[in-house]
Design a protein around this ligand. Sequence first.
Ligand SMILES: [Zn+2]
Length: 461
Amino acid sequence: MRSSILLAAALAAAALITAPSAPGAAKPSVCAECVKANMERLAGEDLHGRACGSPDEHAAAQFIVETLKTSKIPGAFGPNVYLQPVQLLTPTAASPATLDVVSGDAHVTFIQGRDMVALEPPEALAAPLLALTDAEHTDLSAVKGRLVIYDSPIFDAPGVQALLKAGAAAVVSPASDQVLKRWDSLVARPPGRTVVQGVERAEVEPRGVTVFAKAETMAALRKLGPGEGTLIAPRGAPKQRTTYNIMGVLHGKAADADRHALLLTAHYDHLGVRNGVTFHGANDDASGTAAVLEFARILGAGPRHRRTVYFGLFGCEEEGELGAQYVQAHLPMAIGDLMANLEFEMIGVDDPKRPGALMLTGWDRTNLGPALQAHGAHVGPDLYPEQNFFQRSDNYQLALRGVIAQTVSAWPLPPTYHAPTDDLAHVDLAFMDSVIGSMVEPVTWLLDSDFQPEWLPGKKP
Ligand SMILES: [Zn+2]
């Protein structure tokens, strides 16, 4: 990571120049010691990377509650109630999945992990084989209901997608180098989606199974003629876990304060320990959590504002925005009373593409980003629209329900992303202080103004 001493001085100076202050009023400023202490606790050794539903994640939740209390932020789920438990049920494998292939006299069995990885395999599936070498020049009507052995020279992602879309029951194809690199973590994945209890799931169209095969597996399949394949994935008892969402609230002083509330959020979970290696998640997303806690400290200590502000810290984002899925269905306020949600994600590493600044996902979808920028926020458009970051964090769960919900990030693709190096040594605290500081004035402006964030025409997801 870049060294930050000179940069920090320059940024601090810039923050002082650009942040206007009300005449006579002391401008609230970021407490660098507080941000540092919160980062050290959340991304420190004691919390072991805050894995979804783990005792470490729960300890992080307790720490966050205590920090909100210290900042004089009341609980949002009831008098003195900060925590919202969320029950999760994750399917497990009783034994490794197997793929049995019978062709004439030949009978070969392939085993999950050793020979192949089937992603989210159903408990049982049987289908006639169909061998292909080129998905592009294939009559796709022939693949429906088949277990397709797609023997492409290299892994062909669009081809596999086309075959699955055409109704293939499963597609076995050679594992790419990328897949081989992530083999163990793909094998360790649960055989199905985690169920968030109390959340109705949208019906998803059944999709065929993707099976990545090692080279030896492809070679063995190549020798077989027409036949039948059976994929069996025995299930164990589902794994039960609890995660917690945390929310605090500062009610505004206007008569209709609660009808125009701002929700500031981050996710506080990370990946935990994998194969004995701790993924600390300092940037992802201890940094966003520390930002929300810093807003809570500043707003809790300052004068009351017109509009109400909520501080939400959600669990289990890394396993599919699970905490946010639950909270959007069990909000402590009417959803129509949310004026906007700003999610803070990965604000600890400066982006060389736009040094010293933040980006806002969904920038061109609403009028909020330009308004914040006009009030001094070091924030600009999403530089990576092809990555769909607007859809890749907790904000999206609320955006789907119509709330103006956008994510503030610094560099969303740093080299430390989801790596063991995402630790305290690789975040730039001075940069964090500077960008959080640049958001204080715009956030307090939003809380005192009549400004109504709106979707731009046709841009609501
Ligand atoms: Zn992440």
